[in-house]
Design a protein around this ligand. Structure first.
Ligand SMILES: NC(=O)c1ccc[n+]([C@@H]2O[C@H](COP(=O)([O-])OP(=O)(O)OC[C@H]3O[C@@H](n4cnc5c(N)ncnc54)[C@H](O)[C@@H]3O)[C@@H](O)[C@H]2O)c1
Ligand SMILES: [Zn+2]
Length: 348
């Protein structure tokens, strides 16, 4: 299902030869068109015809208008039920392309070739596709699996550092929720760069894959992947509303700091473990200034979280490094205390 490609892209070519597709549609954004498509086309060996579908880069494109344009282009180009969509890009492309492919003619086949660290370790795995609706993220979508996921780690060489660091937050999360050894290895990294992260990508992907296989529909253990995301998402939304968007991983890093401390306040995790987590995350991520956000605004967003039930805020919190609980409801006092704790970190 997940294959790491060597320089000759053998496994991808074999896959294209073995299946009888009618035509190939390669979805890219302007950056993956420039940096990744030449590498793919230079190595792809197929007699099939192909078309390039390009969209502008950015989360703002992950909407119904873009989906509609893509459905129309597929129709105009007479994509039939045996057509293949290749999603070559970050999470926006794999989410969007998966959504379009899984709905066009009630579903045609697609593969993901993720090109950001976040999409390699997280977004391309797990079968969730989707688009944003108004300012709500991933409001409309499908559960649909790619035929295959092909990883070519060298694509990361052109990725901006901030994007690499954003994806690294999800890797740290995977270690924290499920695999202490993975976390221990990641925090050995002193200088965060492509060379340092590549050896750890496969372990991180496997963690996500295993969690998803155990609980595809997010009834139980898949919820642990939301560690750091309850407070993280709220802050991500507020930054967006203010006109200062931050990267998802930056928000998750901040969220993991708050939620590690929250776990300590709720007596779930030892002070020592929570401090170790916080200090290590701080080594990689600059402080995020949340002084403009009011407690009430953050709480209002927390109450709106998709994971909630019965109007209670459900957290996924660590009980130790490598173990995570879910559907945990915290006291309002402790939630506010964890935000207060984060604000004080700026003075330290
Ligand atoms: N489906 C899921 O389970 C899941 C999980 C996590 C995140 N997501 C989604 O993923 C999206 C975020 O993904 P992302 O961080 O990859 O964002 P992205 O797709 O916007 O990529 C980030 C930026 O990097 C550029 N880029 C991509 N590959 C590059 C390369 N190799 N070299 C140079 N530039 C490159 C892109 O053009 C873009 O500007 C969000 O929409 C989020 O909702 C989905
Ligand atoms: Zn995330």
């Amino acid at each position: 299902m997940i294959t790491i490609l060597n320089d000759n892209f053998n496994e991808l070519n074999q896959f294209l030869h073995e299946k009888s597709f009618s035509k190939i549609f390669i979805l890219v954004d302007e950056n993956t068109h420039e940096y990744c498509l030449p590498v793919l086309l230079g190595n792809m060996e197929t007699d099939l015809g192909f078309e390039i579908l390009e969209i502008e880069a950015g989360e703002e494109m992950k909407n119904i208008q873009t989906a509609n344009q893509l459905w129309e282009i597929l129709t105009e180009m007479q994509a039939d039920r045996k057509a293949l969509v290749i999603n070559l890009g970050g999470g926006v492309i794999t989410d969007m392309g998966g959504f379009v492919a899984s709905t066009y003619k009630r579903g045609i086949q697609f593969i993901n070739i993720p090109t950001t660290l976040l999409s390699m370790c997280d977004a391309s795995i797990g079968g969730k596709t989707g688009i944003d609706l108004m300012h709500y993220k991933n409001m409309v979508g499908t559960f649909a699996f790619p035929e295959q996921i092909f990883i070519y780690p060298k694509f990361l060489e052109t990725l901006p550092f901030k994007e690499l660091r954003s994806g690294f937050a999800e890797m740290l999360k995977h270690g924290l929720i499920a695999d202490r050894a993975h976390w221990d290895q990641l925090i050995q990294i002193h200088k965060l760069d492509v060379e340092a992260v590549i050896p750890h990508i496969q372990t991180s992907m496997n963690i996500k894959q295993e969690v998803v296989e155990k609980d595809f529909h997010e009834k139980n253990i898949r919820k642990t992947l939301n560690f750091g995301h309850t407070i993280g998402h709220a802050v991500e939304s507020l930054c967006l509303q203010q006109g200062n968007p931050i990267l998802h991983g930056e928000a998750v890093a901040m969220g993991m700091i708050c939620e590690a401390h929250l776990g300590y306040l709720e007596n779930l995790i030892s002070e020592e473990d929570s401090q170790r987590i916080i200090e290590n995350i701080q080594r990689y991520y600059p402080y995020l200034d949340i002084s403009d956000f009011k407690d009430d605004d953050i709480t209002a967003l927390l109450l709106n979280d998709k994971k909630n039930t019965d109007s209670k805020i459900n957290f996924s919190l660590l009980s130790e490094i490598g173990k995570c609980t879910y559907d945990y409801q915290c006291s309002q006092k402790n939630i506010l205390e964890s935000l207060h704790f984060y604000r004080k970190l700026n003075d330290a």
